[in-house]
Design a protein around this ligand. Sequence first.
Ligand code: ZN
Length: 405
Amino acid sequence: MKVQDRFLKYVAFDTQSDSASTTTPSTLKQLKLAEYLVSEMKELGIQDAHVDEFGIVYGNIPSNVDKECADIGFIAHMDTAEDMSGKNVNPSIIKNYDGSRIVLNKELAISMGVEEFESLRNKIGEDLIVTDGTTLLGADDKAGIAEILTMAEIILKENRPHGNIRIAFTPDEEVGRGPDHFDVEKFHADFAYTVDGGEVDSVDYENFNAADANIQIQGLSIHPGSAKGKMINALHVAMEFHSMLPVNQNPAYTEGYEGFNHLCDLHGECEHAVMSYIIRNHDEQLFEKQKEDFRRIADYLNQKYPKDTIRLEIKDSYANMRSIIEKDMRVVDLVKKSMKDIGIHPSSHAIRGGTDGARLTYQGLPCPNLGTGGYNFHGKYEYASIQEMEKSVELLLKIVENNLS
Ligand SMILES: [Zn+2]
């Protein structure tokens, strides 16, 4: 089956995850796609295809060569983002894109073009899969699933030589729970790749170090008419706290390797206020420094105001995989060589976020991220290039092949 036909089948499944849910997976509808994938994998001849109690799909293709080589894993996620509905996705194909504005929905006057989406400029002449403007597309990450299984189909049908290939599809990546129940030991790979990025020429192995800061502020409420010298307005203290953080470390002012403190939530009243921040930096030392800023401000305000006015809790959530990947770059070098072999000029970008691969890397499975040929994720302007999806399949095949040499 062609990679785009496979992809179009998968996007028909609504697999939106839900951060408010306490079930595993967060939405049961993800299991429908999981079961469908298992039956497809069995049909293809992938061994031991099953979905486990946490909704994770596993399968493997045992080695057919006599040679010692690495066990390689390929991972993609089944869920789609909460930001926009993934129900009743109604994709259409723009053949041989000519660079003009793409009308996604005439009635609703929704269109997109190179003016606002620079990536489209490089897509002239390619065939694009787009939405009807009312949902996201789901290329994030059903393009990854389609590419992995198309690679598997070609290997099995043509009986190409290969080492052990491990495959997994996870639920709930978009709500940060993808690797929660991932069984690294059972997966049994020396390293793996998440196929979950944009441009196919990119192999990414740097992401943010990440922490959450929660700040509880205890004020003192009293009738404003008789408040002199007594009232402590927790909301004022919150603003004071925020004003003491470095002004430039704001997501709206940062890019590339620049870190930030992002105030995600502030609520309260005179008596009590709560602030939530996320803290992000690629550099470990700068990241620690940012966390130290929070502690120093809390200490200062606890001296200025009654002790325990500020209660600060900082929790690390994930770390930059670079420090681990760098110790053994073979996992990246294999991709770069494979890219060159199929005429792609390799690049690497520092991801301004996290990936499932980052957490898996820290769980003992080195796991850089590869592109899928999908763009503008998490919204109605999401699209995928069929030629890039095909290129991704070619790259995965080449990685498997080069792993033998
Ligand atoms: Zn994704």
